[in-house]
Design a protein around this ligand. Structure first.
Ligand code: UD1
Length: 378
């Protein structure tokens, strides 16, 4: 048996492709930590992507990073002790990724890290801490792109490193043909418009910077729609911003996966701090402006598809960045979105897991062949 563990919105989306692919190797026990629990961030995604409910929902919920990670760690430990899976598959860089990987590694179970090898400069950012530690614990590092592969081979020469591409592309390819029109998602919304999402702690923890970004969006020539993550909603409410309009910016509640993609596809450009949206815009041929000082998805910037605006500078530089992206990519002119694989990552990951667990002779790139892992995999 394999354990597939996840807990946030983007991880439920990626698990929808991973679960059936891994199931071809044998039984998969799906564990949702419950880090995200709101309908739009959890149950709705299972519905939209036709995913069976998880085998276990750990109801971890929100808390400080320490509380949340500790709860994920202890609750997952109980699950893993009971199940004794052959390997534990985790995705990305959230507190769920870290808590589960740590529980698994402490029990000497092989950890498979999907979306391994990404890096940001800020070493103390929560996601950066999480992904560095999980990369260090993993037996199999499944990378989305060439730069991550090179980095993992340098940093972790004892682990198996397989460049599988990005599983988010698999999911997008599967639903692309059934996206609604923007007006079906937001009544009255007609192109041209900008679609925005903002949720990262670097922004929500600084109310004056967040307000500055919203005002900059509202002052743009094109109308914008911001789908508001619950954390952003809480940050806005705390600073007294409860209006559903700021200039030409319209605020709507968080939307499901299909609605979000529909809004990206119909947009003239996307303005976001989400890693997921940066790639979705890249794949859908929509120019992006990322409200961060850096991005882990640097290939999107290298292609010209994405442009960075540090949050504190947004009031001055956002208008020029949006205009530059719109000018650079008039209709019909698009980049080739080939940096993150071909949309067949889930089966490549399953193949790599199969190879990791196969009882063959040792190879230098196979950490799973270490005795402790073999015993635990039992
Ligand atoms: C988490 C991940 C982030 C990822 C994002 C995807 C970490 C450290 N961060 O950020 O990497 O990009 O998920 O969306 O794991 N909340 C709700 N309802 C929910 C979930 C959260 O209201 O269903 C609110 C709570 O106030 C909570 C806050 O959002 O305290 C933050 O939630 P949390 O899971 O800690 O982090 P995200 O910002 O969602």
């Amino acid at each position: 048996m394999l354990a597939l563990c996840y807990g946030t919105r983007p991880q439920v989306i990626k698990a929808s492709a991973l679960r059936p692919a891994l199931a071809r190797l044998g039984r998969v026990h799906a564990v949702d930590t419950g880090q995200h629990y709101d309908h739009a961030l959890n149950a709705l995604l299972y519905e939209q992507l036709g995913v069976a409910p998880p085998d276990e929902f750990l109801e971890v919920g929100s808390g400080s990073h320490a509380e949340q990670t500790a709860l994920i760690l202890t609750r997952t430990e109980g699950v893993l002790a009971r199940l004794q899976p052959r390997a534990v598959v985790v995705i990305g860089d959230t507190n769920s990724t870290l808590g589960v990987a740590l529980a698994a590694a402490k029990r000497r179970l092989p950890v498979v890290h999907v979306e391994a090898g990404l890096r940001a400069r800020d070493r103390l950012m929560a996601e950066e801490l999480n992904r560095r530690m999980v990369d260090a614990m993993a037996s199999l590092l499944c990378t989305p792109c060439a730069a991550a592969t090179t980095r993992m081979r340098q940093e972790h020469p004892g682990a198996a490193v397989v460049e599988t591409g990005d599983v988010a592309f698999d999911v997008l390819r599967g639903v692309r043909g059934r996206l609604a029109s923007p007006a079906a998602v937001v009544p009255g919304l007609e192109p041209p418009y900008l679609f925005a999402t903002l949720h990262r702690a670097e922004l929500t923890d600084r109310p004056e910077v967040l307000a500055g970004v919203l005002r900059a969006l509202g002052d743009l020539e094109l109308p914008s729609v911001l789908a508001v993550h619950p954390r952003t909603r809480a940050a806005l409410a705390a600073s007294g911003l409860t209006a559903d309009r700021v200039g030409r910016l319209r605020l709507i509640p968080a939307v499901g996966y299909l609605e979000s993609l529909a809004l990206v596809q119909g947009a003239a450009a996307v303005v976001t701090d989400s890693g997921g949206l940066q790639r979705e815009a890249y794949w859908l041929g929509v120019p992006c402006v990322t409200v961060r000082g850096e991005t882990e998805w640097e290939e999107t910037v290298a292609a010209g598809a994405n442009r960075l605006v540090p949050p504190a500078q947004a009031p001055e530089t956002l208008p020029a960045a949006v205009t530059a992206q719109l000018d650079r990519w008039p209709a019909g002119r698009r980049w080739t979105p080939d940096a993150y694989g071909t949309g067949q990552a889930a089966s490549a990951i399953a193949h790599a897991v199969d190879a990791l667990l196969a009882p063959t002779t040792d190879t230098p790139s196979r950490r799973a062949a270490e005795p402790s892992h073999r015993q635990a995999a039992g």
